[in-house]
Design a protein around this ligand. Structure first.
Ligand code: XLS
Ligand code: ZN
Length: 329
């Protein structure tokens, strides 16, 4: 029908396969292209690339490697494929550090990640870029919140400078609130909204991931207001759909309608499926007891679902739920 509303782009995170795109590894480049071609066939128009941290302080090689990777992808007749990046602050590169030199290093590091995003042709860089992901300071509750206040204050000017830099590169920065099971903060959208009050650059905004919102959010009513408010501020930069167990999305307790209805009212950007496969990088940290979705071309096939099967069912479920929302509006 000509007047049916157009569906948003659906991306999928490479966390289904890896945490490291190994951009200068010829063999893995081939693997990336194979995955993209298959998943494109299911309807995915974009891909979220995890950008592995580097310990070096000269990031130029890194940037060049990702530029080469994009060229390689384009040469395989995939130049229409969209890419977003998933980036985290680290203990070494921590914009919330109390040490100003360390904050400066973090700014340089995060700028290099903006450059990588641009080199990949991307316009969205998302992830936990305020407090290093998964690094718990060993204090909890009120004490932790008081401690985080200072850390957030340290990070605000850094994130603002990063935002100004990212604007020149046409990259939006989407900070992710992440559940307390994974990281000390920000865990809640409300905490991130408060943080952003101290950051002038509107290039700095949020990604809302349904998994974290379900686990740590404030419930559907407040969520609707927060989403509307962020959209009004032009800070709703990205959306991820992910179930609380981070596994298969088509059989999960994702409250699709309560999540998508307020979002689709104001947001036209991409929606990324984020599934953490039981790959070595995740099994311990996320305590993944479930089986690995075997990776075609890499793992021996078994009778359990493959990564491709889970990805195909995920986009079907996502599109189906989006259509329900848009059809009833
Ligand atoms: C989770 C996030 C998080 C970070 C880590 O939803 O995507 O895992 O990406 O870098
Ligand atoms: Zn996420």
């Amino acid at each position: 029908m000509s007047n049916s509303p157009s569906l948003p782009d659906i991306y999928i995170s490479f966390f289904m396969f890896t945490t490291d795109m190994k951009p200068n590894d010829e063999e893995y480049r081939n693997e990336i292209v194979r995955h993209i071609k298959e998943l494109k066939g299911y309807g995915y128009s974009g891909f979220e690339f995890p950008i592995a941290p580097t310990s070096e302080e000269d990031f130029s090689q890194d940037i060049q490697n990702y530029q080469e990777l994009r060229k390689y992808i384009d040469a395989k007749e995939l130049s229409d494929v969209k890419i977003s990046t998933n980036v985290g602050a680290t203990e070494t590169f921590d914009p919330s550090s109390s040490d100003s030199q360390q904050r400066q290093k973090a700014l340089e590091y995060l700028k290099s990640r903006v450059d990588i995003t641009a080199a990949l042709g991307g316009e969205i860089m998302m992830g936990p870029i305020v407090i290093p992901y998964g690094v718990f300071p060993g204090i909890w509750s009120d004490e932790l919140q008081e401690h985080l206040k200072e850390r957030y204050d340290n990070a605000k000017p850094i994130l603002n400078q990063l935002g100004e830099y990212a604007q020149e590169k046409n990259v939006k920065l989407a900070i992710e609130p992440i559940t307390h099971w994974e990281t000390p903060g920000p865990n809640k959208l409300s905490q991130l909204i408060e943080f952003l009050e101290g950051v002038t650059s509107k290039q700095v905004g949020v990604v809302i991931d349904s998994a974290h919102e379900i686990l740590d959010g404030d419930g559907p009513e407040k969520f609707s207001r927060q989403v509307a408010n962020l959209a009004q501020q032009e800070r709703l930069h990205y959306i991820q759909v992910s179930p609380p167990d981070r596994g298969a999305i088509h059989t999960s307790w994702l409250p699709w309608q309560e999540f998508l209805t307020p979002v689709l009212e104001v947001y036209k950007g991409p929606i990324a499926v984020e599934i953490f496969n039981a790959i070595p990088a995740f099994v311990d940290s996320l305590r993944l007891s479930r089986r690995k979705f075997w990776i075609p071309g890499q793992d021996d096939p078994n009778s359990y679902p493959s990564a491709y099967e889970i990805a195909e069912k995920a986009i079907k479920a996502t599109n189906n739920e989006i259509t329900k929302v848009l059809g009833s509006s």
